[in-house]
Write a protein that binds this ligand. Structure first.
Ligand code: PAF
Length: 279
């Protein structure tokens, strides 16, 4: 494992070496979900590049950015245990952005206007800015992203296509705790009591999946509303069934089971998101 804090020196080493590069962009606080992406990148490529960078342009609130969990020593230990030629890019903000961390503006074809995008105004422009930087700078053969952030994955797939970035974007399955909670770096901030009830979010999605076989969307929505009234520690932010490519919400006439269910819930100070293919 080699660690770099400057993209210029990393780029030089990558250019001097040979073999395909699988990149896994992360914001650190690595968990089994990230490690599954890194292992897959290692299986499919000769070299693996992992970035650990908490990207300021994708955060709306300064407090969220400051409080984002940071576990660099443990992250590097976990990466070192993976049997592959690994490069880790851990930059300071100015290595990427210079003195001003500015967001580029992309036409994201409204994929950024729904769900997470409607709640976090410039979030996806910030994500697109940093992902474009990584893909253009390091030119990985493949880049790996988790389906936990399914909307982000669709936006990156489209961005790579529109900008003709020469990297294959690979979406990988959500990794869950044994009780069903989708793994996320932010789960570290849940209190023990919150952690116990957090799996209810996935339980609600599983019930929706079962009901979607013969119930209309409006019935599923009423079910979800009632579910979160009953479990009132979890505050429903949104529940949407949408087309898995366009992310457009389905109508009551559509077959719910052909869509994908998306949910965001507030639990104490933490926002949990999850999604499930209903097919
Ligand atoms: O999913 C994330 O961790 C981030 O949004 C990403 C893709 C690393 C960009 O900062």
């Amino acid at each position: 494992m080699e660690v770099f804090d400057s993209y210029e020196s990393l780029k030089k080493v990558l250019n001097e070496g040979v073999g395909s590069i699988g990149m896994v962009p992360t914001m650190g606080a690595l968990h089994e979900g990230h490690l599954s992406l890194i292992r897959r990148a290692a299986q499919e490529n000769q070299r693996v590049l992992i970035s650990i960078f908490v990207n300021p342009t994708q955060f709306e609130e300064a407090s969220d950015l400051i409080n984002y969990p940071k576990t660099l020593v443990e992250d590097l230990k976990a990466i070192a245990s993976i049997d592959s030629k690994t490069y880790v890019y851990v930059p300071k903000t100015n290595d990427i952005y210079g003195q001003n961390a500015l967001t580029e503006t992309f036409d994201l074809s409204d994929l950024d206007q729904v769900m997470e995008g409607s709640k976090r105004k410039n979030h996806f422009q910030g994500v697109a800015t940093i992902v474009k930087f990584f893909l253009e700078t390091f030119k990985p053969t493949k880049a790996y992203f988790g389906q936990k952030d399914y909307q982000q994955l669709q936006i990156i797939l489209q961005l790579a296509e529109k900008l003709n970035l020469n990297t294959e974007i690979i979406g990988c399955p959500i990794v869950r705790e044994v009780d069903g909670l989708a793994m996320s770096s932010r789960n570290k901030h849940l209190t023990p009591a919150e952690r116990k009830i957090a799996p209810l979010v996935f339980k609600a999605l599983l019930e929706v999946k079962e009901m979607s076989k013969n119930k209309k969307y409006s019935v599923l929505k009423s079910f979800i509303n009632a579910f979160f009234v009953e479990h009132s520690q979890l505050e429903l932010d949104y529940f949407v069934i949408a087309d898995s490519k366009t992310l457009l919400e389905i109508s009551d006439q559509d077959k719910a089971r052909e869509g994908r269910a998306f949910i965001a819930v507030r639990l104490g100070k933490i926002r949990l998101i999850d999604n499930l293919d209903l097919a």
